[in-house]
Every structure is written in structure tokens, then in C-alpha cells.
Design a protein around this ligand. Structure first.
Ligand SMILES: [Zn+2]
Ligand SMILES: [Zn+2]
Length: 129
């Protein structure tokens, strides 16, 4: 798959459209490639994206181009969940991950699943159409 930007990925495009329909201000959140995300993915293969570099940017590892759309969409929604949940300086990584998925459930109406050997976020694409 040739992608100029991460949101050309069919799974990411579908999830982004869905998220913005549910919560219009998420249109401010952009998607970009990030070398740090590539490094994270090289170190931990289930890591494809993060929301730490900039408030309104979801950063992606280029390797997402080979990921199935159901997984890419699930990751995308999870990262929007981090943006929706905000962050508490004192919270643990575990708490932040739980809060992100809870925000996806409460504000985007999707219960994220974790599937496959790497337990990567997964969503039924039919729910996003
Ligand atoms: Zn980044
Ligand atoms: Zn996360």
C-alpha cells in the first residue's frame, strides 16, 4: 500500500471520518508520520501510533501501511481516545490506556477489542460506516 499520509490508509480514513462525525472538534486532530513512532514500532512491534508529540497530532509508524484496516481503525480510535481523555500528570501508563478506551466507549460509542497474537486494537468496520 502506497500512502503519502497516514490518513490515506483505508482503516484510518474510516475511523477518522467516524470520530469527526461523533465529535466534530476532533477535526482539529491531524495525522502524520513520526520517526519516534517508527522507533517505538521497531522496539515493540504492536506499537504503531502515539499521541504524545503534539496535542492535536496523532503520530504514526510507517509500518501501519501493512496493517489490516480493522486494526488500523482500532488504533486510530484509541489514539483519539487519548485526545478525548486528556492526561493527568500523575497517572500511570496503565491508567492512561484504560482512560483512552473508556473515552472511545463513552464519547465515540465503540467498545474496542484487542485481537491477534500481538493483542492490537481491533474494530468491526461495519460499525464505522
Ligand atoms: Zn510523534
Ligand atoms: Zn494508548
Amino acid at each position: 500500500m502506497d500512502l503519502l499520509t497516514p490518513d490515506q490508509h483505508p482503516g484510518i480514513a474510516l475511523a477518522a471520518d467516524y470520530a469527526v462525525r461523533r465529535v466534530p472538534w476532533l477535526a482539529a486532530v491531524k495525522h502524520r508520520w513520526c520517526g519516534m513512532a517508527d522507533e517505538d514500532h521497531a522496539a515493540v512491534s504492536r506499537h504503531y501510533a502515539h499521541h504524545v508529540c503534539l496535542t492535536d497530532v496523532i503520530c504514526w509508524a510507517f509500518a501501519v501501511k501493512d496493517l489490516e484496516p480493522e486494526h488500523a481503525a482500532g488504533i486510530c480510535l484509541h489514539e483519539y481516545g487519548h485526545r478525548l481523555a486528556g492526561g493527568d500528570p500523575g497517572e500511570s501508563d496503565f491508567e492512561a490506556e484504560m482512560k483512552a478506551d473508556r473515552a472511545v466507549m463513552e464519547q465515540l460509542g465503540i467498545e474496542l477489542q484487542y485481537r491477534g497474537l500481538r493483542e492490537i486494537q481491533w474494530v468491526d468496520l461495519a460499525l464505522l460506516r
